[in-house]
Write a protein that binds this ligand. Sequence first.
Ligand code: GAR
Length: 203
Amino acid sequence: MKTKIAVLVSGGGTNLQALIDAQGETLLSGEIVLVISNNRDAYALERAKKAGIDTAVVLKKECGSQAAFEEKLKELLTAYGIEVIILAGFMTILTENFTACYPKRILNVHPSLIPSFCGEGFYGLRVHQAALDYGVKVTGATVHFVNEIPDGGEIIAQKAVYIEPGDTPETLQRRVMEQAEWILLPQAAETVCAELQKQDPRK
Ligand code: GAR
C-alpha cells in the first residue's frame, strides 16, 4: 500500500506542484490524497483539483481558536488515514498539541539554510529580504521535520543557492525555488516514504 500523504498549503502552491509532478513521474512512491489550505483563495487548491486530489479549507477564524483549528486538521487527517504531512508554504505555526501527534511524520520546506533566517516571523519573501539585508552571499532551502519549535526540527536535506548582484527578494525567491525547493522537497518526501515502507512490510 502506498504511503498516504497530505499537503498543507496557504498560497501559490509551486511546491505542491513539484510534489504532484514527482508523483506523476513516479519519483514519489507515496500518494498525495489530500490538500488542506488555511486560505480559501490559495491557488494551490486549483493545482490540487486539476490533479484530481481532494481538497479542504480550514480557517482558523471559523474554528474560533488555535486548538479548535488543530483539532479540525487532525480530524481530516485521521479520516483520510494520512501517514505523512507535508507543509508546503503553510503560513501558520502549529503548536505541540498538533506536532506531538505526528513525530517525524511532518515535513516542512523553508527558504533559507537553517539556522539562518528562520523561526517565528520568517516566512515567504521576508526570509529573502532578511538574507539580502544581512548581505550573505549564499542562501538556499531546508527540508526538516516539524516539532514544537518553529523551524527547529531535525534537518532532512539542504541545498545552497548563490545570491547574485542586483537580486531582489522576488528574484531570489524564484532562484531558491527553482534551484533548491522544487528539487529538495520531493526528494525528501520520497526519503521519508521509502523509510516508512521499509518499516512496514505490508507496504
Ligand atoms: C516557499 O518559498 C516556501 O519555502 C515558503 O513559502 C513559499 C511558498 O511557495 N515557506 C515558508 O516561508 C515557511 N516558513 P509555494 O506556495 O509556491 O510553494
